[in-house]
Design a protein around this ligand. Structure first.
Ligand code: FE2
Length: 501
């Protein structure tokens, strides 16, 4: 039968490795009165007893210690210990493992410790384990993370690094939402791995990590009484969990979470790497979040500004929101990914922002426009482009802002692009913009019926509009009509307009 070994999780020369055989019953304490001396001020003189029965089952009993005995993070008066468990006496933590000592027999050591078989000299093999790959990943991470100012890209990279360090089956970054204070999963791997926040090994794990401000690691979830209630975790087959709290300058900003399914466990030394990694990740995430918040506020201001411009001419109030909603319907039908939908959403909300530079006398004129007035109106696309082009978070939205009045036949403005030279977003937006314009009332005419607007769009397929975009419109015509007016249409448009990524 293999012997049992307890090794300190943090290597220190003065901490003994503890070997136990069947039938052993040894006390652990700070002084020589104990069978095993663990020289650390957090231990009581007689702290605990370790007993192995004749079947090799190991039990730990707290002998009334001041700082307690903890098994896998939970305080215990008496508990069974199995390989893989972490047992902590005061502040000193040990990992339980099985050990075939026959191969390591050292006659000198055995003689010296005869009758006192528990305490071993610290063998060379017990020196700190340094995982070179993990360490290199950590160093690389610290160098690169601070270079990110884009939050989604940074979240992705942090998960990638966590992956190389911890090799989890699933991982996530939860960040504190500044508005609500709630923890929200912001990035998950593999995508869709968790369907709700409660699946993050129950909120117990995350709460514990944040409260203790320390890495929370559970090697075997079935042995941890705190997680027995986490039905979703057990159902998912989670075996081992690590949760690393992330602290910024003003307090908690979130947590990194990872788990392993099946029988594999996280390596004990991972806690150290994870703690160091979290320091870098937290600093980078806090900075990126500040950038992100700043961008979001800036975009919100711009969008409010664009709405105000819509409202200058009350006939087109809500115009940008409608154009955005319809363009998104087309883009979703095409199966565009979320990141691209967000680009389209931003472009749609700001596509006519350049109208701020068009004089009221022209913009609000009820009668027909002369050529100069028409040119003044047309300038809104280049004015809008000029207003937004220096903003890095809107770069991808620029082609649609500039190009939404180009025509498939090359007779549009401002660049007289034709066919597929026109950006795909601009081609979709052109259809949506015309539909909204036709189905809205104007000073000189009332709104066209939706059927008539649809007929005119089809009639201009291949002239003003990309035939492929009109084909998608054909498929979505009823949806367009349903989004036009009424309380349900308003709610559906609002749903479409929510920030996507
Ligand atoms: Fe426009």
């Amino acid at each position: 039968m293999p012997a049992l070994r307890l090794e300190p999780t943090l290597p220190a020369p003065h901490l003994p490795v503890i070997d136990l055989a069947a039938g052993d019953s040894k006390t652990v304490g700070r002084t020589g009165h104990a069978d095993i001396t663990v020289d650390d001020p957090s231990l009581s003189r007689l702290h605990a007893r370790l007993s192995v029965d004749t079947n090799g089952r190991l039990t730990v009993d707290d002998l009334g210690s001041t700082n307690g005995v903890f098994v896998n993070g939970a305080e215990q008066v008496r508990a069974a210990l199995r390989p893989g468990d972490m047992v902590r006496f005061g502040q000193v933590e040990y990992l339980v493992s099985t050990q075939d000592t026959s191969r390591e027999t050292d006659p000198v050591a055995d003689e010296a410790f005869a009758g006192h078989t528990i305490v071993r000299r610290v063998a060379v093999s017990a020196a700190p384990k340094v995982d070179r790959i993990a360490l290199e990943a950590l160093l690389a991470t610290s160098r690169e993370l601070m270079a990110f100012s884009d939050l989604p890209a940074l979240l992705d990279r942090v998960l990638e690094r966590l992956d190389s360090i911890a090799k989890p089956d699933r991982a996530a970054i939860l960040l504190v939402d500044a508005a609500t204070g709630a923890l929200v999963p912001r990035a998950v791997r593999p995508s869709g791995a968790y369907s709700s926040v409660s699946e993050f090994a129950s909120s117990t794990v995350v709460r514990q990590a944040l409260t203790s401000r320390d890495v929370f690691i559970v090697h075997d979830i079935k042995m941890d009484p705190r997680l027995q209630q986490a039905a979703s975790v057990l159902a998912a087959g989670v075996h081992s969990v690590i949760c690393v709290p992330l602290f910024g300058r003003a307090g908690p900003i979130g947590a990194l979470y990872a788990d392993k399914l099946g029988l594999e466990q996280f390596a004990p030394e991972l806690a150290e790497y994870a703690a160091a990694f979290a320091g870098h990740a937290a600093a980078a995430l806090e900075t990126a979040q500040l950038y992100d918040d700043r961008e979001r506020h800036f975009r919100a201001t711009l969008e409010a500004f664009a709405k105000a411009i819509d409202a200058r001419d009350h006939y087109t109030a809500g115009h940008s929101e409608r154009v955005t909603a319809y363009t998104l319907v087309l883009a979703r039908t095409l199966g565009k990914p979320p990141a691209e939908l967000e680009i389209i959403r931003r472009a749609g909300m700001l596509h006519d922002i350049g109208k701020v530079g068009v004089p009221d006398a022209v913009l609000l004129k009820a009668g027909p426009l002369d050529p100069d007035e028409r040119k003044a109106i047309e300038r809104h696309v280049t004015i809008g482009h000029g207003m937004l082009e220096s903003l890095p978070f809107l770069t991808d939205a620029l082609p649609a802002v500039r190009g939404h009045h180009e025509r498939w036949d090359g007779k549009g403005y401002p660049d007289k692009l034709a066919g597929t030279d026109i950006h795909p977003h601009a081609r979709l937006m052109g259809v949506a913009d015309s539909y909204v314009a036709m189905t809205s009332a104007r000073p000189y005419r009332s709104a066209l019926p939706v059927e008539e607007a649809a007929r005119r769009l089809r009639a201009d397929s291949g002239r003003q509009f990309d035939p492929a975009a009109i084909e998608i419109f054909d498929a979505m015509e009823e949806r367009f009509a349903a989004l036009r007016e009424g309380p349900e249409a308003i709610a559906a448009r609002a749903e479409l307009l929510r920030p996507i990524a």
